[in-house]
Design a protein. Structure first.
Length: 155
């Protein structure tokens, strides 16, 4: 059984935009094992970009991004669609899908959360642990830095 190789775009870039959410991959997006598939790294980048461009708002920022790989990521032409899954004023869930030949290959979802002024807590710092050279052997044991034989004498 022979697999037909995709018609790839040519250039020093990962993807060629064909307009209206349609793209064509280049050799630079090709997977390491099969010439007819894409590697996840550039595909995840184009999906993250699609999520950033989806109904942009100045009052929210992307807080969590996850990917579901649903099968082989075909090389050549593909579509990216975006949607708001859960709209909201302070938190919302958005989605982007990469599909080819009528099949979704990757689904990316991202939570966007409202931004706010955090300057009131920006300067709070934890107390520093003593440097190892300045710590006594007992202090080092207390922080678990020195292996002991037998029970610890901390406490």
């Amino acid at each position: 059984m022979s697999i037909e190789l995709p018609d790839l775009a040519e250039g020093d870039f990962y993807y060629e935009s064909l307009g209206n959410g349609r793209f064509r991959s280049t050799i630079h997006a090709q997977g390491a094992w099969n010439p007819h598939e894409q590697h996840m790294a550039p595909a995840s980048g184009i999906l993250a970009d699609a999520l950033l461009r989806h109904e942009p708002r100045d009052d929210v920022r992307m807080a969590r991004l996850s990917y579901e790989i649903l099968g082989l990521i075909p090389g050549g032409e593909f579509d990216i669609t975006t949607a708001t899954v859960r709209p909201g004023r302070t938190i919302e869930l958005i989605q982007a899908e990469l599909s080819a030949a009528g099949r979704v290959a990757i689904r990316a979802t991202a939570w966007r959360m409202a931004t706010s002024d955090t300057s009131a807590v920006a300067a709070i710092e934890d107390v520093e642990m003593p440097a190892r050279t300045n710590a006594s052997r007992g202090t080092a044991r207390a922080y678990g830095r020195v292996a002991t034989s037998g029970p610890s004498k901390c406490g």
